[in-house]
Design a protein around this ligand. Structure first.
Ligand SMILES: Nc1nc2c(ncn2[C@@H]2O[C@H](COP(=O)(O)OP(=O)(O)OP(=O)(O)O)[C@@H](O)[C@H]2O)c(=O)[nH]1
Length: 388
């Protein structure tokens, strides 16, 4: 979570037409280049073998080498059978990889740990599909201890029976020792399912998993299901929901966004993590994927423009280039009549932006009122984030 001083230095600024977004914060600068998820260390990976020699050092356990840095961040696991799409999801969502490039990804052989520096620091671990993590010789604590959410990626275009068996075994096993973990099942690769059968397959998988868990004695397991594909916005929507499940202040954010939706006559309001395009909260009205897509594209355009126009270059004393913050005001942008929608964006802090969308054309005088309300909201959100 960014501190107050970071916020005031961020200098991220967007002004309306043409919108620009500026930053003198190096992390934001890198981020805008699609570089804000860091693979913590290639050496700090699990040597994916139960017979690993790695247990010999104090800081290692079954091959996982813990860094101080990694210990304290909420962790999110990506699990599932091999080739189900885990690495593709991680690369598309956090590294801005184009979906078709995932065709060339090699099989993961070690746990890949990605650290996300954003409104909330957390880690995403991509676990190789070929390993049985329930094997007694694994030190489960080192993998599952401290995990906030586990995402099971299930390839819906494959024969999914084995995946369902492995998934339910895993949940039943982990529930005993790690009851705090929340589970999400990504019913993945839905793009390659025939339109006529898509809903049936999604329903079938959901039903089978729920039945199997019930039969195993778990009546209300904390499991959510999301149809996903890296070829549409579904994967961002699903990831947003998973991240939201880790945010304790979510109900407060939702209540605030409900208020702003009503007072500014928005159809929908999102609080976006600017660089991943994950939204950490929205108002509680029903969401449409198309609306999300429009808001997400809007952010992309703003970030791209900022890269081209948003920086006034200065020189440090040592002669190296630095970005110079021109205004300490919050970023804002407003656009009317895009596919029949009006869009409004305001930077909340270094990482977050509020985007509101309404179905009618909005005009300049009305914007003043929206500005006033959103600025009041921004102050409150900053307070909530600071306390978080
Ligand atoms: N059609 C389609 N293909 C996908 C999707 N997501 C991933 N794939 C493809 O699935 C294949 C396997 O993806 P990976 O991300 O390597 O799978 P993985 O689960 O990381 O595999 P392991 O490393 O073996 O555990 C690749 O060819 C991807 O292009 C999707 O949403 N739709």
């Amino acid at each position: 979570m960014s501190s107050e001083s970071e916020e005031s230095q961020s200098g991220v600024e967007v002004r309306k037409a043409p919108s620009t977004l500026r930053s003198d914060n190096p992390s934001v600068a890198n981020s805008a280049l699609g570089n804000y998820m860091t693979i913590e260390s290639d050496e700090n990976l699990l040597v994916a073998s139960a017979s690993s020699e790695a247990s010999s050092t104090a800081s290692q356990s079954n091959g996982i080498i813990h860094t101080e840095h990694s210990e304290h961040k909420p962790r999110l696991l990506l699990m599932g059978l091999k080739r189900s799409g885990k690495s593709s999801i991680s690369n598309v969502v956090f590294h801005k990889m184009a979906p078709h490039e995932t065709l060339f990804l090699e099989a993961t052989t070690q746990i890949k740990k990605d650290s996300m520096r954003s409104f909330m620091d957390f880690q995403v671990w991509d676990l190789p599909g070929q390993i049985d993590y329930l094997d007694q010789s694994f030190d489960a604590d080192s993998i599952f201890g401290g995990v906030g959410a586990m995402i099971w990626v299930l390839d819906a275009q494959d024969n999914y029976m084995e995946a369902i068996v492995r998934l339910t075994e895993t949940i039943v096993h982990l529930q005993q020792s790690f009851p705090e973990i929340k589970y999400s099942v990504f019913i993945h690769k839905t793009d390659s399912l025939a339109e006529d059968y898509r809903e049936d397959i999604i329903r079938d998988i959901t039903q089978r998993v729920s039945d199997d868990l019930f039969d195993a004695g778990l009546e209300n397991p904390p499991v959510s299901f999301y149809p996903t594909s890296i070829y549409d916005y579904g994967i961002f929507e699903a990831f947003s929901k998973v991240i939201q499940s880790l945010i304790p202040q979510l109900p407060v954010f939702e209540a605030l966004l409900n208020t702003i939706t009503a007072s500014c006559r928005f159809e929908k309001v999102y609080l976006f993590d600017v660089l991943s395009k994950i939204y950490i909260a929205s108002d509680t009205s029903a969401a449409e994927l198309a609306t999300y897509g429009l808001c997400s594209d809007y952010i992309d355009v703003i970030v791209d423009l900022s890269e081209v126009y948003g920086w006034e270059r200065g020189r440090k004393d040592d002669g190296s280039k630095r970005a110079k913050d021109i205004s300490k005001q919050s970023a804002e942008s407003f656009i009317s009549n895009v596919k029949g929608y009006s869009l409004y964006l305001r930077e909340i802090n270094t990482y977050l932006a509020l985007v509101g969308i309404s179905k009618e054309a909005r005009f300049e005088p009305e914007k003043a009122l929206v500005d006033y309300n959103v600025q009041a909201l921004q102050k409150t959100l900053k307070k909530v984030l600071r306390r978080g």
